[in-house]
Design a protein around this ligand. Structure first.
Ligand SMILES: Cc1cc2nc3c(=O)[nH]c(=O)nc-3n(C[C@H](O)[C@H](O)[C@H](O)COP(=O)(O)O)c2cc1C
Length: 249
């Protein structure tokens, strides 16, 4: 055990923050930490937009289904997949980079890069005693988000990260069994064991919800997932991404 692992293992999302902005130093340390993440072929295919303007935060909160903590936090970061600068570099250097920029592979690279940067930012923020919550809700309407943040083509806002001084204590949510997530040498082949691991986890989660909500909630992880996955969501995404010039080839 060491302080980094302790910070990581202590993670839980925080959805209520004190009315106190992050300092410039805190913001810079968080962004520098994000930038220190590994990046595919040194491509650095992401941007981070820090939102402090209360009107913009409010507008983003509305896009995210009126999640109050999108507006009320110490700072709101939006992580974007970004191949705009690479398109520009191609232009400046007079090189034919567009077929590659428009490929599914490079789109995946931007997503991976942005996620790695974001999680580095998250760990850095939590190590400073700050709390946070990722916000995928901004993808409810990316046209609107692009308009608010004035993002150009080849940039896709992916998710927000609300960061601030915690104003609440929350429980940690138990994760899937390690043996279910970590496979050795090949993907787990034992179907009976696979099912048993999920059933045991379902029992654990059901007990967790019953305890946490004094019996008001007793669903399992499997029912929660199926209820979510039975409904399709944000089906405009492919069209939006392609309109922005990504994932075309
Ligand atoms: C990309 C991403 C998007 C998320 N979007 C939201 C969101 O819009 N609203 C929210 O309240 N939580 C959001 N979350 C937080 C998850 O619900 C949370 O991480 C998960 O339930 C596990 O809980 P924990 O973070 O407390 O361990 C998001 C998490 C991730 C990674």
């Amino acid at each position: 055990m060491n302080p980094v692992i302790e910070t990581i293992l202590n993670h839980r999302s925080i959805r209520k923050f004190k009315d106190q902005p992050l300092s410039k130093e805190q913001i810079e340390l968080i962004v520098k930490s994000a930038q220190a993440a590994s990046t595919s072929s040194y491509i650095q295919a992401y941007s981070i937009i820090g939102v402090s303007d209360p009107a913009k935060k409010q507008a983003l909160s509305e896009v995210a289904g009126n999640q109050a903590y999108v507006a009320n936090n110490g700072h709101f970061f939006v992580f974007c997949a970004d191949l705009h600068r690479h398109q520009k570099i191609g232009e400046y250097e007079g090189r034919n980079v567009m077929p590659s920029i428009e490929s599914t592979e490079k789109f995946m690279v931007t997503l991976i890069d942005a996620a790695l940067a974001a999680q580095n930012a998250a760990v850095a923020a939590e190590s400073m005693g700050l709390g946070l919550c990722y916000i995928g809700g901004i993808r409810n309407n990316l046209e609107k988000v692009a308009e608010i943040l004035k993002t150009p083509d080849h940039v896709i806002p992916l998710f927000g990260l609300a960061v601030g001084f915690p104003d609440t204590q929350t429980d940690q949510k138990p994760r899937l069994p390690l043996e279910h997530v970590y496979h050795e040498n090949e993907y787990q082949q034992d179907e009976a064991l696979y099912k048993k691991q999920i059933e045991e986890y379902d029992q654990l989660i059901q007990a967790y919800y019953i305890k946490r909500t004094s019996g008001k909630r007793d669903d399992t992880w499997s029912t929660q997932m199926c209820e979510m996955l039975e409904k399709q969501s944000r089906m405009y995404m492919k069209e939006f991404v392609q309109k922005k010039g990504l994932n075309l080839k």
